[in-house]
Ligand binder design. Structure first.
Ligand SMILES: [Zn+2]
Length: 281
């Protein structure tokens, strides 16, 4: 129903990521086959789920010109797999509900171009001063288009890194890394120290060993790392070694448990890759 109503004004149709079932995916695939969209955009976890569904049933969809993935790290093996299933390049992007599309990859598929003609993106330290390129800080965005409800130097709650080097593609739009998760989703030690561990890239030495992952810090500071194992050689050993590194970063002050799972729990449609239940003062 929602699809029928929104199709004419927006030329978009949706799969509700909060309630994905075989039935809803069957309907969605039928729509996709009929409408043949040029752009297919989704949360990384949802795209994987839809790709799994197509493979399981031996189905295909018409190839869009591009697939855009958002809301979770797009690891190399996930990208490769999605590209194989959808038969088209898969691009990483970063968006926020308050701003829409803020950055996106070009054909280089290496780093995000900031759409600086419509959004100004800054990375700042704890005091709000600009961080140097290459330094991790809080992402602050200014919307240059919204004349009705201007958002100026608005903290998105995500952490990011700007790049100094221009992209080899020749576009002059500035570059940034894929954001590293929300500031309020950082891991903490019982004494309040925030862990400067790059969770989003914790498996990047052997990305093929992991399909999806999620790090969950519980109220008592203990940490569960949920991993959907990939197909790479020695996947299990690589996963265990990455979790061991995280354990070292916590200085063994909190228990870190590895939980190998078949799929990740959803939170309001998004598969969050860091969840923190630690009470914040
Ligand atoms: Zn580029």
């Amino acid at each position: 129903m929602k699809n029928a109503l929104s199709w004419w004004p927006t030329l978009q149709f949706h799969l509700d990521a909060a309630r994905i079932t075989d039935e809803s995916m069957t309907r969605f695939r039928r729509e996709m086959t009929r409408i043949r969209p040029r752009l297919f955009e989704g949360y990384a976890g949802t795209l994987v789920e839809f790709a799994d569904f197509l493979e399981r049933r031996g189905l295909r969809v018409p190839e869009p010109a591009a697939v855009a993935s958002t809301a979770a790290p797009l690891t190399a093996p996930v990208r490769t797999r999605l590209e194989a299933v959808f038969g088209t390049p898969v691009y990483d992007e970063y968006r926020a509900s308050e701003f829409g599309w803020i950055t996106g990859e070009c054909a280089q598929q290496d780093g995000l171009h900031v759409f600086s003609d419509v959004h100004r993106v800054e990375v700042v330290d704890g005091e709000g001063f600009p961080a140097a390129p290459g330094e991790l800080g809080d992402l602050v965005v200014t919307d240059l288009r919204n004349g009705v409800y201007p958002l100026i130097r608005y903290r998105t709650g995500d952490r990011g890194i700007l790049r100094a080097e221009p992209c080899p593609c020749g576009r002059s739009l500035p570059m940034m890394e894929q954001p590293q998760g929300r500031t309020n989703d950082l891991l903490h030690l019982p004494d309040g120290t925030a862990l400067a561990h790059h969770i989003s890239v914790m498996f990047s030495d052997h990305p093929e060993s992991v399909r999806l992952f999620q790090v969950h810090q519980h109220e008592d500071y203990s940490i569960t790392v949920r991993v959907v194992e990939g197909e790479g050689l020695d996947a299990r050993a690589h996963i265990e070694s990455a979790v061991g590194e995280l354990r070292e970063r916590t200085r063994n002050e909190v228990p870190v448990r590895l939980d190998l799972v078949d799929s990740l729990p959803y939170t309001g449609g998004k598969t969050k890759y860091i969840i923190s239940d630690v009470p914040r003062s």
